[in-house]
Design a protein around this ligand. Structure first.
Ligand SMILES: C[S@@+](CC[C@H](N)C(=O)[O-])C[C@H]1O[C@@H](n2cnc3c(N)ncnc32)[C@H](O)[C@@H]1O
Length: 300
């Protein structure tokens, strides 16, 4: 397969220990910084697998990209659109993107300090610290994300991060390129808050990728507590209504969600629903890792 300078090589794990390198063409709407960019955070529900295995679903013509539940931004970093709006209710996460955008060097320098000092004692000391500047808080966030248990984000009732230390030792990674991340964020409007503040901006010319926490009716599973509050079934209904409005204004919307009858019923008149398989990387014990199904709903 031919590969042009903007194309991207990804290693796809076929089964344990066996990889295949695949060339993914640069999306037609990618900006000039398009080049092997991937998320710098590990995030529950992260969509790297969707990018690697189902990139055709994301190849949608658009002038502006909107992602109301950005998390680690796996889809954003794979598309690298000219213009985008990224939103998340986790204000500390959005502050990380803002800090990298405004002073990536400072964040990278501080991360190197964390790398040098990392130990169990240092982890718990750093976890307790209330820092004063956006850059120190951003480096603290990335440090904890990379060294905590399974990259999980969980806070207590006071909003304090309370995930125990994990087994990873590397804080600075060979793949880190915060300068490139800052360039990718240059034309991005960052919003911290509920998904509605991003979705209400969507209209003609926009591609909206929606990846909410996966709540299903009458079933609160263990992975839904991303922030202080759970994403309830009422939130799922409110989201569907906001998607419907965005579609009526001319936006193209792609939704991912749990493969569950309640979700399929919720979206049955709004788009084309298909089922996808994904390998679970959330479960802590490798024996508990299985294959799960999710749905994508194409509303365009
Ligand atoms: C499944 S994760 C998104 C993962 C992302 N696609 C990725 O690749 O990393 C869902 C995200 O929704 C955010 N979230 C939860 N409730 C929200 C709300 N009401 N409005 C906006 N974001 C919300 C969480 O903080 C979390 O980052």
């Amino acid at each position: 397969m031919r590969c042009c300078c903007n194309d991207r090589r990804v290693s796809l794990e076929l089964e344990e220990g066996f990889c295949e390198t695949k060339i993914i063409p640069a999306p037609p709407h990618a900006n000039s910084h398009y080049q092997e960019t991937s998320p710098f955070l590990k995030w529950a529900g992260g969509k790297r697998w969707l990018v690697e295995k189902h990139s055709h679903l994301l190849n949608i013509e658009h002038e502006r990209y909107i992602e109301p539940f950005v998390g680690s931004g796996a889809v954003f970093f794979s598309l690298l659109p000219h213009s985008a709006i990224l939103c998340d209710k986790n204000e500390k996460l959005i502050e990380v993107y803002e800090a990298i955008k405004s002073d990536w060097k400072k964040v990278a320098d501080l991360l190197r300090v964390h790398h040098k000092n990392h130990s169990s004692e240092y982890y718990y000391q750093t976890r307790r610290k209330r820092l004063r500047t956006p850059e120190t808080r951003a480096a603290q966030f990335i440090y904890l994300n990379r060294t905590c248990w399974n990259g999980l984000y969980r806070v207590n009732k006071k909003g304090e991060f309370n995930v125990p230390i994990g087994t990873k030792q590397n804080v600075v990674l060979s793949t880190d390129d915060f300068e490139k991340i800052a360039l990718c964020l240059k034309n991005v409007e960052l919003l911290s808050g509920d998904f509605e503040i991003a979705l209400e901006k969507a209209g003609q010319g926009d591609f909206v990728f929606i990846d909410p926490p996966y709540t299903v009716k009458h079933n609160y599973n263990g992975f839904l507590k991303y922030n202080e509050s759970i994403f309830s079934w009422e939130d799922q209904v409110r989201l569907r209504d906001a998607v419907e409005l965005a579609v009526s204004r001319g936006a193209k919307v792609l939704v991912t969600n749990a493969c569950h009858d309640s979700i399929k019923r919720l979206y049955e008149n709004l788009g084309e629903i298909s089922t996808l398989n994904r390998a679970s990387i959330i479960a802590g014990k490798s024996s508990a890792r299985g294959r799960y199904e999710e749905v994508v709903i194409k509303c365009y």
